[in-house]
Design a protein. Structure first.
Length: 75
């Protein structure tokens, strides 16, 4: 099942299917290791849903909700 990273619940994990977005945001995600095929696990969300903490390629990463909405994952 595919869904956006911003829609995932704590504890879910999967692989990155695609990275949307444009310009600096997409480049920033690639620089942080969020690339197609990368393993990703949702760790936790802040009470209002922003920011989101995930594990990508074995390290902790904190993303804004708008950045996480650009990443499609397969659960």
């Amino acid at each position: 099942m595919a869904k956006l990273l911003s829609e995932c619940k704590a504890g879910e994990h999967g692989k990155v299917l695609s990275v949307q977005g444009e310009g600096k945001m997409r480049r920033r995600l690639f620089d942080m290791g969020v690339t197609v095929g990368a393993p990703v696990q949702m760790r936790k969300k802040a009470p209002l849903g922003d920011p989101i903490q995930v594990t990508v390629r074995g390290y902790e990463l904190t993303l804004r909700k708008t950045e996480a909405a650009c990443v499609e994952v397969e659960i």
